[in-house]
Design a protein. Structure first.
Length: 293
């Protein structure tokens, strides 16, 4: 029953990475190489320079990195300890330990997605982070999402001069439900058998995610992560410009004790720790659509 921790750690990392494929996190700029001691510094994310057209004045203007080097601690994800007795391993012909390892990796990834989309979603409505209200027919005491609402979001992005390539829209469960019920054309394009995800809409690469963040319906402000929603709170569909989002992974570690070191209970114990962070590099080009009353 002994395990090689470096092999198991690699297997968990591969599992976590594979679970990100074809999701809203897939292909985002990855700064993992800059994470040191599970901390990443904002300076590594750079400054976008201005572009000069037909310039004839020298020396050229300069741009500098921010004076303050802000260190951001990666979020720490720890799984609860799973106990597997030697009796269970003896009775079960399947690879129980490998299955348990994959279940832990899946549980970590699920929580990473929740935290990531919450971090990406705008805190409130601003000119550079529009939070729009749905305008469709009433469904379950709320206004449903329509294609017109997504077109309004597109217009907001157009007015902000957001590049067309890299726009992403993550639809929450309510809004996916609305489009499937009310829009036959959307139902036909709901599943793309080549990419494994929803076909694009009005310049957005479209994804869906059930555990989307909640907003106060009246104030159009995002609820804190982990706070239980109230009756006046609604889930949001979230949009963003992919190049302005950063992700980084840090240390991954397996903790394992064998049954042979526990003669009284004869139990194997295992859990994992993983560090990760997803956040906007700039508080701009973020958007949300929430259901109106």
């Amino acid at each position: 029953m002994s395990i090689k921790t470096e092999i198991w750690t690699g297997e968990v990392l591969r599992k976590v990475s594979s679970l990100e494929q074809a999701t809203f996190l897939d292909g985002l700029p990855d700064y993992s190489r800059y994470a040191t001691n599970n901390v990443i510094h904002m300076a590594y994310m750079g400054v976008e320079p201005k572009v000069l057209i037909n310039n004839s004045t020298y020396p050229l203007p300069t741009s500098t990195l921010p004076n303050e080097d802000i260190g951001l601690s990666l979020d720490k994800y720890q799984t609860e300890v799973t106990i597997i007795t030697d009796d269970e391993l003896h009775a079960n012909a399947s690879d129980r330990m490998s299955i348990t390892r994959d279940m832990h990796a899946g549980a970590i990834t699920k929580e990473k997605f929740k935290k990531a989309l919450h971090a990406i979603a705008p805190a409130k409505h601003t000119p550079e982070t529009p939070v729009l209200i749905t305008t469709g027919p009433d469904v379950d005491e709320r206004k449903s999402l329509t294609r017109s609402d997504i077109i309004r979001l597109k217009k907001a992005y157009d007015l902000m001069d957001v590049p067309m390539v890299g726009r992403r829209l993550v639809l929450c469960a309510d809004h996916i439900h609305d489009l499937l019920l009310l829009d036959q054309n959307f139902e036909k394009q709901y599943y793309n058998y080549q990419s494994g995800r929803i076909a694009g809409l009005y310049g957005f690469d479209v994804y869906e995610y059930g555990a989307a963040p909640y907003y106060d319906q009246e104030a159009k402000t995002k609820k804190a992560f982990g706070v239980a929603p109230t009756a006046k709170d609604v889930q949001a569909s979230v949009s963003f410009y992919a190049p302005y989002i950063a992700k980084a992974s840090g240390e991954t570690k397996v903790y394992f004790s064998e049954a042979k070191t526990n003669p009284r209970m004869q139990e194997n114990e295992i859990n994992f720790r993983h560090y990760s962070l997803v956040l906007p590099k700039k508080q701009m080009y973020l958007g949300a659509i929430i259901s109106g009353k």
